[in-house]
Design a protein around this ligand. Structure first.
Ligand code: C2O
Ligand code: CU
Length: 489
């Protein structure tokens, strides 16, 4: 039986094809970042809806929570050098894709509809080839209706282990996922987006949560022991200032990539600012028995407690704190002798605040068309005057820049808006060279970089072939124009 929905989707697919072809003469040859004989691990993955107790125990359940494999924040772990072959099935009632954030995947596995694949319909499957060349904390999430699906929980964690890290001798590893929920008091979803939010700092959750729960976790760790905290901001909107109430704390990895250990107390404001999609690894030294160590978000006027570590006596002695350096990352580094430079302005879309779809907005087909192209219906933002197609303007914009495979580039990114934008480049790990506002931070590797109002940051990378998007990770911003792409051949 063919339902009206199927018909709409079929129509949408036909309509969406108008979105793609910009006469891309030569398709980039996608690179593999692992040798063909790399060990393989198979992962059966599905996205679906479930019930979840997001308001906490004894409170009403929330329906329509989204998760991979029926597990909130599913965590997948594999050793570096492994190839994940993912058999993905869409059990959601909506279109979706899977993007492997921060992983240097072949372009066809990047999960960006409509640029690298068509959105996967309900009941559809897709095979992703996900090489894992670099250790660290990554995550995966949809790249279609992200604001809605990530907003309802759809995100998985991917930890790539480096066997060489075992000798560092951490006593405990603990993961902190920062993700709020937009719920009413009865546990029902509130709209994930609003024009007011999308055109400013984003629409915030109503319930703050750590690891899905409104009550900050308490975790036991050996007194005087060494704890590795892996922090992910999976929220669509929230920017946090990560810090803690001890001086014995250091940032040891950014976006999964090892960095020169930096004492938190030596960083500007003694915090590490993280926007949506950013990750940070901290090494913290536990206090004496019975004492607590608290991890906070200091960005809010009243610091928000993310997690408490409780020191339990396991017979360890107190020694001087020395941050542990992770083995250096082995990503392709830019050649800084003769990089090509480009300047990008992150700006508001002048005069494009509300482009109406060609069909009346309440026509289901108009909505299906927009959904199939995985974009929003309005345009508020732009990069160098280019906005990602939305609403009536369902077309693939020309690439922001054509780049050459293997060449090194420096991008200067200036945020000329009134709001922070965490900018993410797909398929690459780049080096953050400098910022016009934050000084004293040595260059580090990342896949997402914060740009504050009136700030210019410079990043450098060696381009690898493919069609790669570059966008703000405040998901409503990306859905309303703040996305462009690079074509690397
Ligand atoms: Cu985590 Cu294009 O995204
Ligand atoms: Cu933004």
């Amino acid at each position: 039986m063919i339902s009206r929905r199927t018909l709409l989707l079929a129509g949408a697919a036909a309509g969406a094809s108008a979105f793609a072809p910009t006469a891309l003469s030569r398709e980039p040859v996608s690179r593999d970042t692992l040798p063909p004989d790399a060990p393989v691990r198979r992962l059966t993955l599905s996205a679906g809806e479930m019930e979840a107790a997001l308001l906490g125990p004894g409170k009403p359940q929330t329906h329509g929570f989204c998760a991979y494999n029926g597990t909130p924040f599913l965590t997948v772990r594999a050793p570096r050098g492994t190839r994940l072959l993912v058999d993905f099935e869409n059990r959601l009632p909506d279109l979706t894709t899977v993007h492997w954030h921060g992983i240097r995947v072949p372009n066809f596995s990047d999960g960006v509809s409509p640029l690298t694949q068509a959105a996967i319909p309900p009941g559809g499957r897709f095979a992703y080839n996900v090489p894992l060349p670099d250790p660290g904390l990554y995550f995966f999430h949809p790249h279609c209706d992200e604001t809605g699906q990530v907003g309802r929980g759809l995100a998985g964690l991917l930890i790539v282990d480096d066997p060489a890290e075992a000798r560092l001798g951490f006593d405990l590893e603990h993961i902190i996922v920062v993700k709020d929920w937009r719920l009413d008091a009865a546990g029902r979803w509130l709209p994930m987006t609003s024009d007011e939010g999308a055109s400013t700092a984003g629409t915030f959750g109503t319930v703050r949560a750590t690891n899905g729960q409104p009550v900050p976790p308490r975790v036991e760790a050996p007194a005087h022991g060494d704890v590795r905290l892996r922090v992910l901001v999976a929220d669509s909107t929230r920017v946090i200032d990560l810090g803690c109430d001890t001086d014995d704390a250091a940032l040891i990895a950014v976006d999964g990539q090892a960095c020169t250990p930096m004492a938190l107390s030596a960083l500007p404001d003694e915090i590490w600012r993280m926007g949506p999609a950013m990750r940070a690894d901290l090494h913290v030294r536990m206090p004496g028995p019975g004492q607590e160590l608290k991890i906070y978000d200091y960005r809010t006027s009243e610091p928000y407690l993310l997690t408490t570590l409780v020191a339990v006596d396991r017979g360890r002695r107190s020694t001087a704190f020395k941050p542990k350096a992770l083995p250096p990352a082995k990503v392709p580094l830019p050649d800084m002798k003769r990089p090509t430079r480009f300047d990008f302005l992150v700006q508001t879309a002048a005069g494009a605040t509300a482009i109406a779809p060609p069909l009346p907005a309440d026509d289901p087909l108009a909505q299906a068309l927009i959904e199939s192209a995985c974009v929003g219906s309005k345009t508020f933002w732009a990069v160098n005057r280019n906005s990602w197609g939305a609403g009536a303007d369902l077309r693939l914009p020309p690439p922001l820049q054509r780049l050459e495979d293997g060449r090194s580039y420096v991008l200067s990114i200036s945020n000329v808006t009134k709001h922070p934008h965490p900018m993410h480049l797909h398929g690459h790990v780049f080096r953050v060279l400098s910022s016009s506002r934050k000084t004293g931070i040595p260059p580090y590797l990342a896949d997402t970089v914060m740009t504050e109002p009136n700030e210019t940051v410079e990043i450098a990378f060696r381009a690898t072939s493919g069609n790669w998007v570059f966008h703000c990770h405040i998901l409503e911003h990306m859905d309303t124009g703040l996305m462009g792409w690079f074509r690397v051949t």
